[in-house]
Design a protein around this ligand. Structure first.
Ligand SMILES: [Zn+2]
Length: 536
């Protein structure tokens, strides 16, 4: 049955027809775009006609970097986001004591607490002395354990720091309970593994949340063998609400060989694609794990963590590319970004072992994930190597209270510098890194356009010279995301023949003050001509 939306304000992103009033859909694809009368005349008599009374239609928004299972899991575990002290977290832990053996959760951020000091095990040990407690930091790059969890994991004063990780210790050399990057694995290995049915449940819950937030697609930035199997089963059962582009988690804990031994694919329904591998060079800025050339400005003699050594990154790029996979390299600090570029350069220039030629369609299109603190002088190199910048606008507004303290004034010019990235001619794909930041693409659009938080602070924006126009920001969530997944032309645009993926909003974002974008109501999301979420 045909489906037609009319009396709408359509932002098509099709340069030959940027504005329209109506869109008609047939067999999962768009078949007409134009004025109301023009489009209504083309549809079959039995078509479902939806009068949008001035609502806005955008090409379906895609989050280019999110963690679907983590989002679903967080919905059913302890959510610590926004808590304003370690004591508040400990109270939340105490309330969970009856609910089972391990108490796990995530979302804490010591930058919101008085004194902004790193937490230690004591409040958690006092709150739940007999239960292992393990809480991930909001960015997923640090874990906070109580004494029982450390005991279960066998972490003590004699445990050495693993490569790419750090066990934070007190003056006497005892682990404090804080574990950075790869040291998190020591405790995570001891945590009970979820059953496959639970994994599928979390994925479905995560995707539902995304659809309601206005997304029609997600690039899942790091799945395990088990998660990929759950996704494949969901696709077979036609139970995937959104389009999902999968990246293997090429960092931990399954060996990359077992992952890339599975061939790349797109499922018959066109909803699930497996085609990328995520690699990781450094940690995160919040936990001072981002790898910098020079010392942290707020911690002398600290320069961050090298999570995977460069020669190993090179080997993994060659292996993944040889199997037809795209590489998506997590690199946050300026030195990590430079190392990622060195590795790409070595892989795709003479003498490199990777098979594919550099840059452009249909080349390897390497992605750098986050690109948070780049040396602006490295941008021409990104452009030359055909690197896609996969960035998260909300990270800038979440981190702005402390990011500049970490790196100082000089390096701040390259913090979340998406305007500089765009001006250098580098393809930009936007996302949120949910559940690190909220999954709402509208919150992301607002952050990209204003560089101020939901409350409008600071007025005029933080480093406002890096703002994007609304259209540029929307393109990063549509056209840019499609390009990053080799789907340009098919997705990210409203044009006859393209996939019928649409985000429908109560108000036209082009006509409201930008500081209201994040609060606009999502009326519906349409994926392949079917409603993934609807209030209409
Ligand atoms: Zn991530």
């Amino acid at each position: 049955m045909d489906l037609v939306f009319f009396h709408a304000r359509v932002m098509t992103l099709d340069r030959s027809r940027p504005d329209a009033r109506a869109v008609a859909v047939r067999d999962g694809r768009i078949f007409a775009v134009g004025d109301d009368a023009e489009v209504l005349a083309t549809v079959s008599p039995g078509a479902r006609r939806i009068d949008l009374t001035g609502a806005m239609i955008l090409p379906g928004l895609t989050d280019s970097h999110g963690h679907v299972m983590s989002l679903g899991r967080r919905l059913s575990s302890l959510d610590l986001r926004g808590m304003t002290s370690a004591a508040a977290v400990a109270d939340a832990v105490r309330s969970r004591i009856s609910s089972g053996e391990w108490i796990t959760g995530g979302g804490w951020d010591q930058n919101l607490w008085p004194g902004r000091r790193d937490p230690d095990h004591r409040p958690l040990t006092a709150a739940a002395p007999d239960h292992p407690v393990y809480l991930r930091r909001v960015d997923g790059h640090a874990g906070w354990a109580n004494r029982r969890a450390l005991e279960r994991a066998g972490v003590g004063r004699d445990t050495p720091d693993p490569a790419g990780g750090r066990i934070v210790r007190d003056a006497a050399g005892e682990p404090t309970g804080l574990l950075i990057d790869h040291a998190m694995r020591l405790v995570e290995r001891a945590e009970p593994k979820p059953a496959p049915a639970m994994v599928a449940l979390w994925i479905r819950a995560g995707l539902e949340r995304c659809a309601a937030a206005g997304l029609t697609g997600v690039h899942d930035a790091g799945v395990s063998l088990r998660q990929e199997e759950a996704y494949r089963a969901l696709a077979r059962e036609e139970a995937l609400a959104l389009r999902v582009y999968l990246m293997w988690d090429g960092t931990t804990p399954d060996p990359i060989e077992a992952m890339i031994a599975r061939p790349t694919y797109r499922d018959a329904g066109g909803r699930l694609t497996l085609r990328a591998v995520k690699l990781m060079i450094d940690g995160a800025l919040g936990s001072r794990g981002a790898l910098l050339f020079d010392d942290y400005s707020d911690a002398r003699s600290e320069r961050g963590l090298l999570v995977t050594p460069p020669d190993e990154i090179g080997r993994r790029i060659a292996a993944a590319t040889g199997r037809g996979y795209q590489v998506a390299i997590h690199a946050i600090g300026d030195r990590a970004i430079a190392l990622a570029l060195d590795a790409c350069e070595a892989a795709w220039t003479d003498g490199g072992t990777a098979a594919a030629p550099p840059a452009g369609p249909p080349g390897p299109r390497p992605r750098i994930e986050h690109l948070q603190c780049v040396r602006l002088s490295d941008l021409p190199r990104l452009r030359r190597l055909g690197v896609i910048a996969s960035m998260q606008p909300s990270h800038a507004t979440s981190d702005m209270a402390w990011a500049e303290e970490r790196v100082g004034r000089r390096r701040a010019a390259g913090l979340y510098a998406w305007r500089s990235v765009k001006d250098a001619g580098i393809p930009l794909a936007a996302g949120s890194d949910f559940p690190v930041d909220p999954e709402s693409p509208l919150a992301g659009l607002q952050a990209a356009v204003t560089r101020s938080d939901a409350a409008g602070r600071p007025a005029g924006g933080w480093h406002p010279e890096q703002r994007l126009s609304l259209e540029e920001a929307v393109r990063a969530y549509t056209e840019g995301a499609a390009y990053a997944a080799y789907e340009e032309g098919d997705g990210g645009v409203i044009r006859p023949g393209a996939r019928a993926d649409l985000t429908i909003l109560e108000e036209d974002l082009r006509t409201i003050p930008p500081e209201r974008i994040g609060a606009v109501r999502v009326l519906a999301t349409v994926v392949g001509g079917r409603f993934a979420f609807s209030t209409i």
